[in-house]
Design a binder for this molecule. Structure first.
Ligand code: FAD
Ligand code: 2HG
Ligand code: ZN
Length: 481
């Protein structure tokens, strides 16, 4: 499958004796060995990365995870922790025959404190289900993303997912207060703190947040959740240049300030793509080069609506926007959000997508998309013609966080297209001191490219950390580290 890499000979090979051991600690339903059962765990959500695992284990408790890891550590059996398998960088699936440890049976809310808003939950809780639980108590999970119906909160922490409201609620590095994890030798690290302030030495949990399964298996998390806003509003508007998108953002920060909860931008091509597959009417009748979705979350309806209305009027007067709409009810709000959240799915329908998730200084953010189109044309590719493999090149993302999603949709994955894009894209980012992974992580996809974002001295330190916690390298091998 991957001719450029070889299976690490240090790792043990799965034997019948190993299976017998796992059968002695887990019920039969937690052990999958049939080809059919395994296939969904071996392939990633983009159908781009395909491993060859012969075994999936689905522990139901932290103690079971510990027993599995102790055995794997002793036998040097490599493992891949897997959450909802919605990751976009090929990190959640095996490369060769690594054992998949699926957290999906570890899915209980352990406690919730109505006063502090701190939830303690198993890693395998689905993000949307956790958020619905919190909604019943008037709270919200401080993260929201398009894959919420499948991804796990443990997977979110393992990838340090960003999502649609980072602008408002900040990174998980701030809201995760504690992590419980099982390390490569089976040791359970009980770091499920529930304190906002705790300056007692190294903050080890921060290493696990965003470690993508390379240091330990996260089994539980405690998270500080904000109160759910009583009033939400969504506006959607069209603009004719990227420069105006930036002006609208600056104005949103000054006019909407404390109630601003999302500022998402989309280009015309991305919206045309959604329109091809959506049965919904487009939010605006006329077409524009760029679109912005602004969401506010506050506590006073008339105050919030007035602010948003004034903001939109101000944009019109200053001729920053051409056209806009304010959602009138919850259904309209949801419909408008689908024009943003539905982009990845609509692109996936073309066949395959080369995804670049980058942080770049705002002024150059969209230039990356334009330069990418020009680069492909220069290399002799046509974009969007009947004959061309390249269906669309689109840009969209979390502008409020300086995070662009550049997606190149193709009819089928091809080494030619890949080589036209990589490492060119990464060199482009390096020149602007950007990040080659703003929020999706590095996984398998970006493993050769870390050097474009991190200095060698940093990479050396990362390797030292990996060697301390996982000296035999059995945790999610062949990935970025
Ligand atoms: P998986 O995909 O199963 O795993 C991802 C990585 O984490 C792997 O390396 C895996 O080994 C590791 N891992 C998973 N669980 C554990 C655990 N318990 N312990 C240790 N390691 C673990 N991401 C964003 O940041 N922002 C977005 O807006 C966003 N939107 C998305 C929209 C769509 C439609 C899709 C398909 C994906 C999107 N993603 C987004 C990417 C993805 O959903 C996130 O990265 C998510 O956090 C992954 O969670 P998961 O449970 O599916 O993890
Ligand atoms: C989003 O913001 C996700 O919609 C997915 O991070 C982005 O698919 C992508 O490139
Ligand atoms: Zn995103």
């Amino acid at each position: 499958m991957y001719p450029e890499i070889i299976r690490d000979p240090r790792f043990g090979e799965l034997t019948q004796a190993d299976i017998e051991y796992f059968k002695s600690i887990l019920p039969e339903s937690s052990i999958l060995q049939d080809d059919q059962d395994l296939s969904g765990y071996n392939i990633d959500s983009m159908r781009k990365y395909n491993g060859q695992s012969r075994l999936v284990l689905k522990p139901r408790s932290t103690e079971e995870v510990s027993k599995i890891m102790k055995h794997c550590g002793e036998r040097k059996l490599a493992v891949v922790p897997q959450g909802g398998n919605t990751g976009l960088v090929g990190g959640s699936v095996p490369v060769f025959d690594e054992i998949v440890i699926s957290l999906s049976n570890l899915n209980k809310i352990r406690s919730f404190d109505e006063v502090s808003g701190i939830i303690v939950a198993d890693a395998g809780c689905i993000l949307e289900a956790t958020d619905m639980f919190l909604a019943e108590h008037g709270y919200i999970f401080p993260l929201d993303l398009g894959a919420k119906g499948s991804c796990h909160i443990g997977g979110n922490v393992a990838t340090n997912a960003g999502g649609l409201r980072l602008l408002r609620y900040g990174s998980l590095h701030g809201s995760v207060l504690g992590v419980e994890a099982v390390m490569a030798d089976g040791t359970i690290v009980n770091g499920l703190g529930k304190l906002r302030k705790d300056n007692t030495g190294y903050d080890i949990k921060q290493l696990l947040i965003g470690s993508e399964g390379t240091l330990g298996v996260i089994t539980g998390v405690s998270v500080l959740c904000p109160k759910r806003s009583k009033v939400m509003n969504v506006a959607f508007f069209g603009l004719d240049s990227y420069e105006k998108v930036q002006k609208a953002f600056v104005k949103a920060k000054s006019d909407l300030g404390e109630i601003l909860s999302a500022f998402e931008f989309m280009d015309r091509e991305s919206q045309d793509q959604v329109a091809q597959f959506s049965e919904l009417r487009r939010p605006l009748d006329e077409q524009h080069n760029f679109y912005v979705l602004v969401e506010t979350s506050g506590s006073n309806r008339s105050h919030d609506e007035e602010k948003l209305q004034e903001y939109l009027e101000g944009l019109m007067e200053a001729e920053i926007i051409d056209d806009g709409v304010l959602a009138q009810d919850e259904t309209q709000m949801k419909n408008i959000w689908t024009w943003r959240e539905g982009i990845p799915e609509s692109l996936a329908r073309t066949g395959g997508v080369y995804k670049y998730d980058v942080s770049i200084p705002l002024e150059d953010l969209y230039l990356m998309v334009e330069d990418c189109r020009a680069k492909l044309v220069e290399k002799g590719y046509e974009i969007g013609t009947e004959e061309s493999n390249i269906v669309n090149v689109v840009g969209y993302g979390h502008l409020g966080d300086g995070n662009l999603h550049l997606n190149v949709a193709v009819k089928s994955y091809s080494k030619d297209v890949e080589h036209a894009l990589e490492p060119w894209v990464y060199e482009w980012i390096q020149k602007r001191q950007g990040s080659i992974s703003a929020e999706h992580g590095l996984g398998f996809a970006k493993r050769p490219y870390l050097k474009y974002s991190k200095d060698q001295s940093m990479i050396n330190l990362m390797k030292q950390v990996k060697n301390v916690y996982d000296p035999d390298g059995i945790m999610n091998p062949y990935k970025y580290i």
